[in-house]
Design a protein around this ligand. Structure first.
Ligand code: HEM
Length: 471
C-alpha cells in the first residue's frame, strides 16, 4: 500500500516544480573530523558504516569527509535535509557513482537530467505497485522449488537460497526468460555482475583493455555473450503471437514509447535489464537473509507472524519488512554530486562536491525512531514509515524503481516460509554485517534451523529462545 502511494508521489514529482537553489554565497561546509585524509580514506574503505557512525557521534548528523573515489563529501541524514536533497532540481545536482560505466550507456545509472526523466517515465509503469500481484505466483513457485531441499533440524545459511530465489524471480518476471536462455543467464549473470561491480569501484585505468587476460577484456567477453542471449530474447518476444498480452518487463519495455513515439533501442533494453538485475538481485536476497536472522532472535514475533499468515493477514508481516529494512539497511548510503554551488539547509556546498545520504545514520536516529536500537516491527503496524526518515530505497526522482517489486518478493517469500516451516530460535548474538560490495549481508549468511509444519497445525516455537515471551 505504502509502496503504491510513494510511486504516485514520484509521478507527481515530474509535474511539480522541484526545489532547491543555486547560490553565490560564501561556502559553508559542515565540520570536518580531525583525522588525516589518509586515515579517513582507510577507515571508510575498511568499515564504512562504523567509520561514519563514529564521526557522527562526535560531530552530529552533518559533517564533511575527504574520501577515496568520491573526493570531498558532505554526509547528511537529517530528514529535513534529506528531503531538500531528494527533491532538488536536477539542474543543481546529479547522480554520483560510476556503476553506469560498467552497465552501459543505456542504463538508468548512466542517464541524467531530461534523458533520465524520460526513461523513468517508461520504466515506472511496469514496476507500479498495481502490477505486482501478477508476479506473485512466480515468486511462490521459486520459493517452493528452493525450499524443497532445505534440511530439517540442521543449521544452515539461507543467503545462497535467497540469492537463487531473487535471481530466478528477476530472470522470469523482468527478463521474461525461460528454457535454455533462463539456464544460460542463471550461469552467466552472477559472476558477470560481481566482476563488473568490482571493476566499478576501481580507478578508471582498471576499465581499459590491456589484452585478452586483463580483467576488463574478460568482463567484455562475458558481456558479448550476454548481449547475444538478450538479442535472442528480444527477437523471440517480437515473434511471440501473445507479445501484446505479456506482462514481463522486457515485453513492456519493448512496447513502451517516448513522447516523440520512438522506442527504447535494443542496446539500451539490454543495458537496462542488466541494471535491473544488478540493482535488484543481491539487495533483495540480503534483506531476506537479514529477515531470517532477525526473526530467529524474536520468538514471540515469529509466533504472531505465523498466526497472522494462517489467518490470511499481512499487516504485521509488512511492518516486519519495514523494520528489517530500517535496522539492517543493505545499501548504507546513496550519493548525489553538485553541478553548481548550492544551498542545503544552513550549508553552502561548492560545485563538484558529493553529498552522501547516510541511510544507516538516518535509520538509527532517535529523533526519527523512538528506541531506535530496538527491533520493534510494532512501530510500523498501521503507521507506515515517514518518506524522508525511512529511506532504504533512497528518494526523489532517483528512488529505487524496483521498490514495489522487492516488497512483493519479500512478502511472498516470507509468507511462504512462515506457512511451510517453524523456525528454530536462538539466543546467539546477532550476526555481524558483512559488505559484499553492492549490499551488506549478515556475516554468517542468515543462518536458520527449520522444521516442516504439518498442515493446519498451530505454529509452535522450537529452540533456545522458545521460552522467551517478549519480542
Ligand atoms: C530490498 C531491495 C532493494 C533495495 C534495498 C534497493 C535500494 C536502492 C537504492 C538505495 C537505490 C538508490 C536510490 C537513490 O539514489 O535515491 C536504488 C536504485 C535503483 N534500484 Fe533498487 N533496491 C532494491 C531492489 C531493487 C529491485 C528489485 C530492482 C529492479 C528489479 C531495483 C532497481 C533499481 C534501479 C533501476 C535503481 C536506479 C534508479 C534511478 O537511478 O533512477 N532495485 N535501489
Amino acid at each position: 500500500m505504502t509502496v503504491l502511494i510513494r510511486t504516485e508521489v514520484e509521478v507527481l514529482a515530474w509535474v511539480k516544480p522541484i526545489m532547491g537553489e543555486a547560490t553565490t554565497d560564501p561556502v559553508r561546509l559542515p565540520p570536518v573530523p580531525r583525522i588525516p585524509k589518509l586515515a579517513q580514506g582507510i577507515g571508510f574503505i575498511a568499515a564504512r558504516d562504523k567509520a561514519i557512525t563514529a564521526v557522527a557521534r562526535r560531530l552530529g548528523s552533518e559533517f564533511t569527509l575527504n574520501l577515496p573515489i568520491f573526493g570531498p563529501t558532505v554526509v547528511i541524514s537529517d530528514p529535513a535535509l534529506v528531503k531538500e536533497l531528494f527533491t532538488m532540481n536536477t539542474d543543481l545536482i546529479a547522480r554520483a557513482g560510476v556503476l553506469g560505466e560498467v552497465l552501459g550507456p543505456g542504463s538508468t545509472f548512466s542517464l541524467d537530467g531530461t534523458a533520465h526523466r524520460q526513461r523513468r517515465k517508461l520504466l515506472v509503469p511496469p514496476f507500479h505497485g498495481k502490477r505486482m500481484q501478477g508476479y506473485e505466483h512466480i515468486i511462490e513457485e521459486e520459493v517452493m522449488r528452493e525450499i524443497a531441499s532445505w534440511p530439517e533440524g540442521e543449521d544452515f545459511a539461507t543467503l545462497p537460497s535467497m540469492m537463487r530465489i531473487t535471481l530466478n524471480a528477476i530472470l522470469r518476471a523482468v527478463f521474461g526468460a525461460d528454457g535454455a536462455a533462463l539456464e544460460e543467464l542463471r550461469e552467466l549473470l552472477p559472476p558477470m555482475v560481481l566482476k563488473s561491480s568490482r571493476l566499478a569501484v576501481l580507478p578508471p585505468a582498471a576499465r581499459r583493455d590491456y589484452g585478452p587476460w586483463s580483467p576488463w577484456a574478460r568482463a567484455q567477453k562475458l558481456r558479448r555473450r550476454y548481449d547475444a542471449i538478450i538479442a535472442g530474447l528480444i527477437a523471440d518476444a517480437r515473434r511471440d503471437p501473445a507479445f501484446e498480452d505479456r506482462s514481463d518487463v522486457l515485453a513492456l519495455m519493448l512496447q513502451a514509447r517516448y513522447d516523440d513515439g520512438s522506442p527504447i533501442s535494443d542496446d539500451h533494453v539490454a543495458d537496462e535489464l542488466l541494471t535491473l538485475l544488478a540493482a535488484g538481485h543481491e539487495t533483495t536476497a540480503t534483506t531476506l537473509a537479514w529477515a531470517v536472522e532477525r526473526l530467529r532472535r524474536h520468538p514471540r514475533l515469529l509466533t504472531r507472524l505465523a498466526d497472522e499468515v494462517d489467518a490470511g493477514g499481512s499487516d504485521l508481516l509488512q511492518a516486519t519488512i519495514f523494520e528489517v529494512q530500517r535496522t539492517r539497511p543493505v545499501i548504507n548510503g546513496t550519493a548525489r554530486r553538485t553541478r553548481t554551488r548550492i544551498r542545503l539547509g544552513e550549508w553552502v556546498i561548492p560545485e563538484r562536491h558529493v553529498v552522501l545520504v547516510s541511510i544507516s545514520l538516518a535509520h538509527a536516529a532517535e529523533r526519527s525512531f523512538t528506541d531506535a536500537a530496538a527491533f520493534n516491527p510494532d512501530r510500523f503496524v498501521g503507521k507506515p514509515p515517514d518518506t524522508h526518515a525511512w529511506i532504504p530505497f533512497g528518494g526523489g526522482i532517483r528512488r529505487c524503481i524496483g521498490a514495489a517489486f522487492a516488497n512483493m518478493e519479500m512478502t511472498v517469500t516470507l509468507r511462504t516460509l512462515l506457512r511451510e516451516f517453524e523456525f528454530g530460535t536462538t539466543y546467539a548474538p546477532g550476526e555481524s554485517a558483512h559488505s559484499r560490495g553492492v549490499a551488506t549481508a549478515p556475516g554468517d549468511g542468515g543462518r536458520a534451523v527449520v522444521y516442516r509444519r504439518s498442515p493446519r497445525t498451530p505454529s509452535t516455537v522450537h529452540g533456545d529462545a522458545a521460552a522467551e515471551v517478549s519480542a
